[in-house]
Design a protein around this ligand. Structure first.
Ligand code: AMP
Length: 213
């Protein structure tokens, strides 16, 4: 089963991805997480991606597609995977289709989370994450501990560079200009299901389950 989870930054893809991978027993392939892991360990890929990531721009397609190709060839992805944050351009969607054809596979469904722009800005600007384990908080809805020390791993809690106001604006604009065509691409192939990303995480989880049934 190959599932794509599509949605603007702040739509709740990370939360829903965790539920979907548990349900379908496939690995979670998040291109944002892979870039961040490379950045944290200072690999050439991470250093190349950093400038783009910090200003909320997309990392070039060629680099991203190559990285996903390597990931999908790992043994744990042989039964499928959940793609989170990829494809993000029509060219990436084309490249993924070609890659999967060479592997004798195809995308089963593209799930799109739909959230209004003003709600996305509120969610992203208040988001705080642990730099150690990635656990998340929100300054208004789920405030982090006063000492900004993660209760799970002891890491420091802070704001992602790309959750700064200017980067948020840029990321949302990039999403609407470059990633919205990906939804149209899968819709044309009859493989797109759109679900409202509002309400509690379990409401959204139920809506996704219904869309897939
Ligand atoms: P995310 O955590 O998915 O919002 O990704 C964080 C950042 O990683 C994005 O703002 C981009 O700079 C980069 N990135 C993640 N996925 C992709 C992708 N499919 N194509 C290009 N850049 C990406």
């Amino acid at each position: 089963m190959i599932i794509i989870l599509l949605g603007p930054p702040g739509a709740g893809k990370g939360t829903q991805a965790a539920a979907l991978v548990k349900r379908f027993e496939v690995p979670h392939v998040s291109t944002g997480d892979i870039f961040r892991a490379n950045l944290a360990s200072g690999t050439p890929l991470g250093l190349e991606a950093k400038g783009y990531m910090d200003r909320g721009a997309l990392v070039p397609d060629e680099l991203t597609v190559r990285m996903v190709g390597e990931r999908l060839r790992l043994p744990d992805a042989s039964a499928g995977c959940l793609l989170d944050g990829f494809p993000r351009t029509a060219a990436q969607a084309e490249a993924l289709e070609e890659l999967l054809t060479t592997l004798g596979r195809q995308v089963d469904v593209c799930l799109q989370l739909d959230v209004p722009n003003d709600e996305l800005v509120t969610r992203l600007s208040g988001r705080r994450v642990c730099r150690g384990c990635g656990a998340g908080w929100h300054v208004s809805y789920a405030p982090p501990p006063a000492d900004f020390v993660c209760p799970h791993c002891g890491g420091s809690i802070g704001q992602r560079a790309d959750d700064a106001e200017a980067a948020i604006k840029n990321r949302l604009q990039v999403y609407h200009e470059q990633t919205s065509p990906v939804a149209s691409w899968y819709a044309a192939k009859g493989r797109l299901k759109t679900v409202p990303g509002l309400g509690s995480p379990s409401d959204v989880e139920a809506a996704l389950a219904q869309a897939m049934s």
